[in-house]
Design a protein around this ligand. Structure first.
Ligand SMILES: *Cc1c(COP(=O)(O)O)cnc(C)c1O
Length: 409
């Protein structure tokens, strides 16, 4: 076993060991300065991350959930409005919508990309809403509520189809707030502007999480809002700091949602490695693809020509998910399921009256997806071992149930 140790799903030790001396220095600097919240380290990180995302503003906050909530409020989402998102995402997306006072509603995902299905969004806006021309608003027929925003989630590190989403949003007067919490550095080729755009620069505002396991992770909780709009940036700064623009002068009630100086300092150091780390993740995905794409009964991630994904997660699909997960676990290989229950079927939303069958693509994915080990420090021989185990397991499944395995992937 010593020459064949386990392969974890995620390795949070290796990247920090490599950078230990620099990271410890950040802590020492903060101790010396006595500056723990806000201050120059935060501002330096904000400037550098804005540059990385090709936006004019970045505001550091205390988590991705806060980033989403503040971005929605600052962009103008208000109480009792409807905000559209997908059921196939982490619950923070809808928590932030609810915490902004709005109602999350769902549009199903495209099973190939696992991201928002643009045709379903069009259908929702055309059949379930009407245009109140006098007020310049889109109204949800059934509830009479204003539909004010859409939150595309760039899931697993791949952007949603932003041209089509932004076009629909403009036609129906919706605010677009990107959930870029899994997509630091992901790129999208915009046919509208004929250029590659970076995740976080395409909506009115975007939210990033620096939770430790993300492509850019802090050593604790952290997040950021990016935007091209100086007024949104100003509002987020006020919201994160108890509604004050000047100390103890509170124009509104805000939140305690600031970014720690130590986390910002750590993020600055790690940001220098993010392009490299993303490149390594893409290379690992390519290596997985080259050997898994032809495995019967298994579907590998799909990357449209307009996408340069950063593979926060590498997610395969198989109707034999449980068997594969067990097999890999017994082989000492860690996996994850992102996510096992679509949001509309979570207990937290039972009061909303959604039913099984409402969003069939999200439901189908939830039972078939499996996330394989993915992190920059993954070694070629580890990828080989994962691939060998997946191939072996799928062969066994195939033998057990004949051609049945090929159906319904
Ligand atoms: C991680 C994540 C969030 C929330 O980020 P936190 O920093 O944990 O609050 C939101 N949306 C998605 C899609 C995420 O993956």
């Amino acid at each position: 076993m010593t020459q064949n140790p386990n392969i974890p799903f995620l390795d949070l030790v290796a990247p920090h060991r490599e950078l230990e001396a620099e990271l410890v220095e950040v802590f020492r600097t903060a101790l010396t300065r006595g500056a723990f919240i806000g201050g120059p380290m935060v501002e330096e990180f904000e400037n550098e991350f804005a540059r990385f995302c090709e936006t004019s503003h970045c505001v550091g906050v205390s988590s991705g959930t806060d980033a989403l909530r503040f971005a929605l409020i600052a962009a103008g989402v208000g109480p009792d409005q409807i905000v559209i998102t997908v059921p196939h995402t982490f619950i923070a997306t809808t928590e932030a919508i609810s915490q902004a006072g709005a109602w999350p509603d769902f549009v199903d995902v495209d099973p190939r990309t696992c991201n928002l299905d643009v045709e379903k969004l069009r259908e929702y806006l055309q059949t379930r809403c009407w245009a109140d021309k006098a007020r310049g608003k889109t109204i949800h027929r059934q509830t009479g509520r204003v539909v004010s925003a859409v939150v595309p989630v760039h899931l697993y590190g791949q952007t949603a189809d932003m041209d089509a989403i932004c076009e629909l949003a403009e036609a129906h007067r919706l605010i677009v707030v990107e959930d870029a919490c899994q997509a630091h550095g992901a790129r999208y080729f915009s046919n509208r502007t004929k250029e590659w755009r970076t995740a976080g620069s395409m909506g009115r505002a975007a939210a990033f999480s620096f939770y430790p396991g993300k492509n850019l992770g802090a050593c604790g909780e952290a997040g950021a809002v990016t935007t091209q709009d100086p007024e949104i940036a100003r509002r987020v700064r006020v919201l994160r700091e108890h509604g004050q623009a000047e100390k103890y002068y509170h124009d509104i009630e805000g939140y305690n949602g600031r970014l720690d100086a130590i986390q910002a300092g750590i993020l600055r150091i790690k940001l220098r490695h993010l392009e490299d780390w993303n490149r390594q993740r893409r290379a690992h995905a390519l290596a997985y693809n080259s050997r898994l794409a032809s495995v019967a009964g298994l579907t590998v991630p799909f990357e449209p020509s307009w996408s340069r994904a950063v593979y926060h997660l590498y997610v395969v699909r198989t109707p034999h998910r449980e068997a594969l997960r067990r097999f890999l676990s017994e082989a000492g290989i860690g996996t994850g399921i992102h996510y096992p229950i679509p949001l509309h079927l979570q207990k937290a939303y039972a009061h909303r009256g959604f039913r099984a069958g409402d969003f069939p693509m999200a439901e189908g994915l939830a039972s078939k997806i499996l996330s394989l080990p993915m992190y920059p420090q993954l070694r070629p021989e580890q990828i080989e071992r994962v691939v060998d185990a997946v191939q072996k397991c799928m062969q066994e499944c195939l033998q057990e149930c004949g051609q049945q395995v090929l159906v319904g992937v």
